[in-house]
Design a protein around this ligand. Structure first.
Ligand SMILES: Nc1ncnc2c1ncn2[C@@H]1O[C@H](COP(=O)(O)OP(=O)(O)OP(=O)(O)O)[C@@H](O)[C@H]1O
Ligand SMILES: [Mg+2]
Length: 219
């Protein structure tokens, strides 16, 4: 299964979610790797920090969009789950990620939502759907605070504008754990913050549930 984590907006949690999902999948026993398409190579650097004793997570950097499909295909032979950590650049890479993914996750930060870039992204998504069958895509609310009306309101806005992209039930709060773990080469599953861990396991299970629905994995 190929999971593309993408959004044209920078700093919304693409790399954080890629890394944390990979860690959860690895601990569940799945063979998982990540393709890092961002020029900053944040996820490649993160992986290099992982210590012996933790499940190793292969991260392959792909910066040329024309190499993406071939790399994903060959990784798909050895890995059950290939996660693609997207780039915020409005580049050909974004279209390629949409085209090669079985499931797309689109992180949204309600406090920093940017509907101009989202509309651009949505345009790419709809274009890609003209070449393929329906591509299952889901919004993931990151740094979400349900005590804030403006955050709660984002659900209606997203559904009104992009009604064919459902919002996953699991939301991710703003937590120190996410910054700390990304600097240490670990995921929150491997860190002492039970609330963060519960949240990420819930997201992982929800993604597996979605994948099962579309026939990509058997649970
Ligand atoms: N839920 C969260 N709570 C606290 N910090 C977070 C959370 N999500 C992301 N961050 C932090 O916000 C910053 C941006 O996140 P991240 O790098 O995952 O975004 P990105 O979408 O990959 O950005 P880019 O587009 O630049 O690649 C990072 O420092 C990350 O640790
Ligand atoms: Mg990133």
């Amino acid at each position: 299964m190929k999971i593309g984590i993408t959004n044209l907006k920078g700093g919304v949690g693409k790399s954080m979610i890629s890394q944390n999902l990979a860690v959860c999948f690895a601990h569940m026993g799945y063979k998982v790797c990540i393709v890092d398409t961002d020029e900053t190579r944040a996820t490649e650097k993160w992986s290099a920090l992982r210590e012996d004793g933790l499940p190793g997570i292969l991260v392959v950097g792909v910066l040329e969009s024309e190499n993406l499909s071939k790399t994903i295909q060959s990784l798909g032979k050895d890995y059950e789950i290939v996660i693609i950590d997207g780039t915020p650049n409005l580049s050909e890479m974004v279209t390629r990620i949409i085209m090669v993914s079985d499931v797309l996750l689109i992180p949204i930060r309600p406090g920093a939502s940017d509907f101009r870039t989202m509309t651009e992204f949505y345009g790419r998504y709809k274009q890609a759907e003209a070449f393929r069958e329906h591509i299952p895509a889901y919004f993931v609310l990151n740094e979400y605070n349900d005590a804030l009306n403006i955050h709660k309101g984002i659900r209606d806005v997203l559904q009104a504008q992009y009604g064919d992209i459902p919002i996953l039930e699991t939301t991710i709060k703003n937590r120190v754990a996410y910054g700390e773990t990304s600097a240490q080469g670990i995921g929150v599953y491997e860190y002492a913050d039970d609330k963060a861990k519960v949240e990420m396991v819930s997201l992982t299970n929800e993604v597996l549930g979605v994948a099962e629905q579309v026939g990509l994995v058997k649970q």
